[in-house]
Design a protein. Sequence first.
Length: 72
Amino acid sequence: MYTVYEIARLLQGLEPDAEIDEETEAVLLDWAIPWVMNNADDLVVAEPPAEDAPGYYGLRRPADLADAGDSE
């Protein structure tokens, strides 16, 4: 699971924790938003660990769906 800022870095081939300047980060974030929207059907959202912490996002995998079906 990643923050949207980490997703933006990953989409550019960077490490999720890469140090980049704020201006570049803003541009990368603008590019990440369409990716989030295009993947909305498979997007999963984790509860933030604290009220002032960012949300974490990931993509649902086919294996996750199979595991969910096993528990029913």
